[in-house]
Design a protein around this ligand. Sequence first.
Ligand code: UDP
Length: 276
Amino acid sequence: MKKRRRIYEGKAKILYEGPEPGTLVQFFKDDATAYNKKMHEIMDGKGVLNNRISEHIFKQMNRIGIPNHFIKRLNMREQLIKEVEIIPVEVVVRNIAAGTICDRLGLTEGEVLPRSIIEFFYKKDELNDPLVSEEHVTAFGWASPQEIDDMMALAIRVNDFLSGLFLGIGVQLVDFKLEFGRHVEDDMVRIIVADEISPDSCRLWDINTREKMDKDRFRKSLGGMIEAYREIATRLGLMQEMEPTRGSGPVLVASNDGKNVGKQESGDKENGDKGK
Ligand code: UDP
């Protein structure tokens, strides 16, 4: 078999050249890292869960017109994506105080912020991804003022969509990180959402117990990281396909308009949302 060309290897994913020009294959690894790789462990099955959760979110975003790089899931660990030029800025949206903003501004974890706050971080491992302002982003040419506007508008849309999606499964979206890329479409350059959206890049708390269901379980050595990711996938209704042998009885399936329409053997196709 012909060996694929590896384009880039990051902490949690590998990018390979895709089957068509302008496409790439994104492979999800099991590596969990934190604090710029000071913590590093292999978490069996994390890549499979993140691939599936991220697929679900990006697919739904495509359906509601939030432009993104996702084309289709290829297998348990890989998805086909559009090739973009990544903007070297991480865009963080926060709804509730947690993580670095608490130390920086003396906030208490769990405080509801006066409004959603967007922050930019320069993607530079050697510098530990420092917080930067719009001034830095434009002055150093990482993105133009128009591109910043586009990223902020998309970040707000993603926040509204994701907050609702997670609220519907009893999970509070505390904060999350987005990456954007420039994509050429019909000779026009457009900013689209890239990378992944998963419990690796979001803070997710159970609405009732406030239990952490994201990478903070690893960062804070709380244990139960994979179980938490699996719980997110389960609540999103994604586990039937991932564990086809589990269970045997009939389960209710939903039609596209969300109404329960009939019964289907467990392990069968889920809700018309199967990777092509
Ligand atoms: N985040 C991320 N990758 C990073 C840094 C942050 O996905 O390299 C996410 C993180 O999971 C959280 C949000 O961005 O959901 C805000 O992170 P924060 O600035 O609090 O930093 P952290 O505590 O994650 O180092």
